[in-house]
Design a protein around this ligand. Structure first.
Ligand code: ADP
Ligand code: MG
Length: 622
């Protein structure tokens, strides 16, 4: 039963205030305050723990510091004790009762300095330490004890409890707050982790039935792809075939297509889009930057001339007209930035949402766009995959397809980690590359910050001096129009050096790019560096990526030198940096996990997901 905290026995005004400061308003909240650590009172730790009987009432002195002195009889001898700044001991200590004291013996003064004191019933036990500075442990423990005297409503079915060998809720709270040993804490924690997971599964896997869309118009991938300038890889073709088949099932698409940078996800997405368009629906293709949106627009215009495509960002001219076209169904494929998710854009018959580089978008933006689709069909594209097992169990019913192979002709990229000493020699190579009509990217972490030497400003001067009119600059403080102009010119010139911030990380596709220099490389994350170097090797030419930093031996750079698989890299990244924004995909507005650790608890997550599905499917069949 949930009780308001002010009605709980033992909660006085001061405690009430302290609890409220911690955002606690109900008895359930109190139970959910978990200890920060446990203090052990095992007597074999003989140096630091003594057990003895209190001989006389303690003496309190407030001379400079608050000090309580008392004497314990320990195995027939008298132990003089002093506790500093623990006034409550005055009220706790009872003459004749036995206590455990934890502390250190000051041999010079022959005094035991007490850091903690506990009743003897805690002998050989662990005690929870909540570490709330305005609420002493003992006060919280008193309240918890009271709460645990009443029954607590179970939230997990008996069947699941049995299947996963989970302890009941009451026992679990008991084990968290008043454990007898480590095993009890473990068993209790497991229960709360699973509760958290089940909550998540409920949230993400509410499978909706297909309601509105119909797929009965003829469509042949062979025909549509025969006019492409290249042949689809086997992976690409089989993913498309599978997705088209999935679309006809009685549940909407909720798919993730993952593949390394340059693996050819765009054309896969476009053919899926084409299929929906052929059925009479619109498709929205959301990308993280305006540059990428324009690039996709060009791709569509050159590969699929028949598709009625438009483009919308917050800065385009004639936005109202474009919005009208979209609302009235004059256009079938709408490529755009996050503006697609805003209320000003409404669709005529939106069948499918494609979200490129999904990890770049917040949960809310993705959700608002997806909710505009008739059946909420969505395909996510990502180059920074979450380990398959993890994603599958947490995304619930989402299907995952992976592009394993790179399209033929995709060149390998050699990655070399060097210090700034190498810069002059590298410049000679760049000179040669320019003479061969190639393009070069230089990426730096900041525009004008003086935290780094190689910001845009400084780098520009350094390279301008040597390469003059071949140097271009691109960064986020330029107007969108200016950015666009720079990209267009850079692309159209038969050679050039583009200095930019990481804004070229995503999507920029220049087939004659051969070199990339990443300066101040230590400022970039592992996956980010991998993504950046993926701008190379897009055509027939090999690429070389120089990671330039003060610490060329950094483990992350070594990983990049030796690994070309984005999957391996993002797994490293997961370990070195934590799952970060990759997990944005799955946290549909829920608070972050309190108990689950994505890496450590992977087996538990999988087991829980399996049982969750077993139970759910059984419920359905009844
Ligand atoms: P990403 O998966 O990183 O989004 P893209 O879709 O941008 O990769 O594709 C990278 C490049 O590979 C593009 O220039 C695209 O035209 C080309 N490409 C895609 N599929 C094939 C293929 N089957 N054969 C040859 N080139 C391909
Ligand atoms: Mg892409």
């Amino acid at each position: 039963m949930t009780i308001n905290i002010k009605d709980i026995k033992g909660v006085g005004p001061k405690t009430l205030e302290a609890l409220q400061r911690h955002g606690v308003t109900t008895s359930d909240h109190i139970l959910q305050i978990f200890p920060k650590r446990y203090v052990h009172y095992f007597l074999d730790d003989i140096e630091h723990i003594k057990k003895g009987k209190l001989m006389k009432p303690p003496l309190l002195s407030r001379h400079q510091v608050l000090k309580i002195s008392f004497k314990l009889e320990v195995e027939g001898q008298i132990l003089s004790c002093i506790a500093y700044q623990q006034p409550y001991l005055k009220h706790v200590l009872e003459v004749g009762a036995s206590y455990l004291v934890k502390g250190n013996f000051d041999a010079k003064k022959k005094i035991f300095i007490v850091s903690q004191l506990k009743p003897v019933r805690l002998e050989n036990q662990m005690v929870a330490d909540y570490d709330l500075n305005d609420l002493p442990n003992y006060r919280l423990q008193n309240i918890l004890q009271t709460l645990l005297e009443s029954p607590i409503k179970e939230t997990i079915s008996k069947e699941v409890l049995d299947k996963l060998k989970i302890i009941p809720i009451h026992q679990a709270y008991q084990g968290i707050h008043f454990p007898k040993n480590e095993e009890e804490v473990e068993a209790s924690l497991k229960r709360f982790k699973l509760e958290e997971l089940f909550h998540l599964f409920e949230g993400v896997s509410k499978q909706k039935k297909r309601q509105h869309l119909h797929f009965n118009q003829p469509f042949s991938i062979k025909d549509q792809s025969s006019s492409l300038p290249f042949q689809l890889t086997e992976d690409q073709e089989s993913i498309i075939l599978n997705v088209l088949k999935d679309a006809k099932e009685d549940v909407p698409l909720k798919h993730l297509i993952q593949g390394d940078v340059g693996s050819g996800k765009t054309v896969v997405a476009l053919l899926i889009a084409y299929y929906y368009i052929a059925q009479g629906y619109q498709v929205a293709f959301m990308v993280p930057t305006e540059i990428l949106a324009r690039q996709h627009l060009e791709t569509v215009r050159s590969l699929f001339k028949e598709i009625k495509v438009t483009f919308i960002t917050s800065t385009i001219e004639l936005k109202k007209e474009v919005e009208n076209d979209i609302a009235q169904g004059q256009v079938d494929l709408i490529i755009g930035t996050h503006i697609l998710a805003s209320p000003s854009v409404s669709f005529h018959k939106l069948g499918l949402v494609i979200i490129d580089e999904q990890q770049k978008f917040g949960v809310d933006i993705r959700k608002s766009l997806i909710e505009k689709a008739l059946d909420q069909d969505v395909v996510y594209l990502t180059a920074t995959p979450i380990p398959r097992t993890l994603l599958r169990s947490i995304l619930g019913d989402a299907k995952i397809y992976t592009l394993h192979s790179q399209p033929k002709g995709k060149q390998t990229i050699k990655t070399i980690s060097v210090s700034y000493d190498a810069l002059l020699k590298i410049m000679d190579q760049l000179q040669l590359a320019l003479e061969h009509h190639q393009h070069i990217f230089i990426v730096v972490p900041a525009i004008d910050s003086d935290k780094v030497t190689y910001n845009i400003m400084h780098t520009y001067h350094v390279f301008k001096e040597r390469f003059q009119e071949d140097v271009y600059v691109l960064h986020g403080q330029m107007s969108k129009l200016e950015q666009q102009r720079v990209m267009d010119t850079f692309r159209k010139q038969n050679k050039g050096i583009l200095i930019s911030t990481q804004m070229i990380e995503v999507g920029v596709d220049i087939k004659t790019a051969t070199f990339m220099l990443i300066l101040e490389a230590e400022y970039f994350g592992l996956s980010q560096l991998h993504q950046l170097r993926g701008r190379l090797g897009r055509g027939q030419l090999k690429g070389i990526c120089y990671l330039i930093s003060k610490k060329p031996q950094d483990q992350r750079f070594i990983i990049l030198e030796n690994t070309s698989s984005g999957f391996e890299i993002s797994e490293h990244d997961l370990y070195t940096r934590g799952p970060g924004d990759m997990l944005g995909l799955i946290q549909s507005g829920q608070p972050p996990f309190k108990h689950i650790d994505y890496i450590e608890n992977l087996p538990l997550i999988q087991e829980a997901y399996q049982v969750y599905n077993e139970v759910k499917n059984k419920d359905k069949s009844v």
